[in-house]
Design a protein around this ligand. Sequence first.
Ligand code: BT5
Length: 310
Amino acid sequence: MDTPGLEVLRELADGPVGGPEMAVDLGISREAVWKRIESLRAEGFRIEGTSSGYELQGIPEYDELGVALAAPREFTIVYRDVVGSTNEVAREYAGEGESGIVVVADEQTGGRGRLGREWSSPSGGIWMSVVMRPAMSPSEVSVVTHTASVAVTETVRELGVEVGIKWPNDVLVRYEGEDAKVAGILTEFEGEADQVNWAIIGIGLNANVSVSELPAGATSLLEVSGPVTRRCLVGDILRKLTEYRDEREAVLARWKEYSLTLGERVRVELDDREVEGEAIDVTESGALVVKTSDGEEVVHSGDCYHLQSA
Ligand code: BT5
């Protein structure tokens, strides 16, 4: 259910609306409309009274209502200025049985990567976690991660930035001859043998962040293309996540199309050994097929290094 403020913003999204008309649409008094407009103004929305009615002229770059307005309606946005990790907050919602919640923060003080690694999350980035209840078994969850990397890749490409996906799910930009990581995805889930109870897709995208605040090998949209409007990017990513839901074949095809790894000579570091060879394919479940001197190996998880073009 939309909050009172969001109801008004949706009314104003397509152009000016008169107070009396809005009162009828929302089933509230004109006085109540005026109060809601005032409280939106206090939250930083620029709403002018024009001869055609109230007109929305400015939206805060990043806050709960602004992101909610840009996002598909099926999602509920929970915005925090600072959190430890959006995945942690999302877990609480998941544990309460929620779905469709998206936790968004401007800054994380304890951002996490895979395998307990740190994820730098200074103010200005897009740090978001989507709580889902997909009808799938745990062995299929990699599809969700692929969907997220395809969604992020396409959203960033639409800004004119040439990004691709390094297996398993790093989004890299080729910048000044080098590949630099601009986004990463951390999917966590809980489930029984044949059914996922909940899944959380954590997406970290270095948006309006200075490279000096990021580790070596990382870059940001600010660096490669300039400042972005984060609420719109969050909305675009969520829209693509919904468009690609249940479209497994399309996701895999896009994932392969955007892959920077296929065709490369790679070294994949597994828990107990390394596999080196040419990355030749990705299986339906997202595993990488590597052609080594001893034959083909299928690797399901690990850290992948591009050595040189095969
Ligand atoms: C990932 O891990 O790439 C997954 C990152 C997921 C972050 C999101 S943000 C929202 C949600 N909440 C969280 O707490 N996490 C998720 P991995 O493949 O393990 O990569 C981690 C490695 O990337 C680190 O060891 C660093 O080398 C590097 N790194 C750390 N911060 C980075 C950044 N901001 N940009 C690029 N690389 C970074």
